[in-house]
Design a protein around this ligand. Sequence first.
Ligand code: FAD
Length: 308
Amino acid sequence: MKEIINEIMKKNIGDIKVSPSLSRYTTYKVGGTASVIVYPKNIDSLVSLMEIINEHDIKYIVLGNGSNVLFSDDLYEGIVIKLDKFDNIEFQDNKVMVGAGYSLIKLSLECAKRGLAGLEFASGIPGTVGGAVFMNAGAYNSDIKSVIKDVIVLTPELKVITLSKSEMKFNYRESFLQHHKGYICLGATFKLGHGERSELEEIIKERKLARKRTQPLEYPSAGSVFRNPPGLFSGKLIEDLGLKGYQVGGAMISPKHANFIINIGGATASDIKNIIDFVKLEAKQKYNINLRVEQRLINWSENEKEKE
Ligand SMILES: Cc1cc2nc3c(=O)[nH]c(=O)nc-3n(C[C@H](O)[C@H](O)[C@H](O)COP(=O)(O)OP(=O)(O)OC[C@H]3O[C@@H](n4cnc5c(N)ncnc54)[C@H](O)[C@@H]3O)c2cc1C
């Protein structure tokens, strides 16, 4: 890995951080060390980086704001790519072209300020545009799918192409990118409606208060852990199982919102994973429901993942 890091440095791809603790790059504030984080300067540098990765056949992951991932406590022996430099934004009439590294919350606020309606749902989702597109993030009966026009991606063959909304195959917390390894979201174009700035900002303000009231935002977490089964709410289900406040080490099922696992101090990724596995087991045994994890489990052994 040392030689690969040297090669990355020699090619002047962008800033790098060697042996970073992933707990600093995830909202759960857990996770082991990674070999290296690389911040490519632009598309050309990203392509050069991918060439190195492909040549040496090393593991990599594109990480946004780390707000929907659970890395294991083990060493991630690979390259974490962060697209923080892909933070371009351009407004054109009712469209906005924005880079994958741009903050979704900031995007939502910028749009409201310009009287562009449709992204108010995203004002409390602490991810990047790339992560939100990958996840088809959503709230309040809306999601990325409702407002997206198209997505610019880097293909596994290292070509930059545009995928239309229909090619992105968005579904509930799902997109084409989740099922096609090697595609990297570089940016997206959103097509929005028109609204009154003051009204849009009022909606955002109200929702911020509602989130504060109903979600444990005072603790590190990665938002909702489980997808909602059809017609049901995972939070209600977990609450009915009597699991609010259930604790393993420094991790706890939030007493405020049962679909959140919070890090109450010193939690490990294994503490969180143990709670996830326990909730799944209880839901299966007591309700015969197979709960599916929304969050991305990264660097867990196949055996551990199987419980996913
Ligand atoms: C307090 C809190 C509240 C939340 N509320 C909501 C909510 O209301 N609705 C909701 O949907 N989610 C919610 N989330 C979850 C999370 O914020 C979203 O899923 C968000 O879209 C993830 O973005 P991210 O940049 O953090 O992605 P990350 O967590 O960094 O990554 C998620 C996945 O996307 C992949 N990825 C990231 N960027 C790219 C890219 N450029 N190209 C290819 N793949 C990429 C990663 O490899 C990973 O598999 C919440 C989280 C928190 C902590």
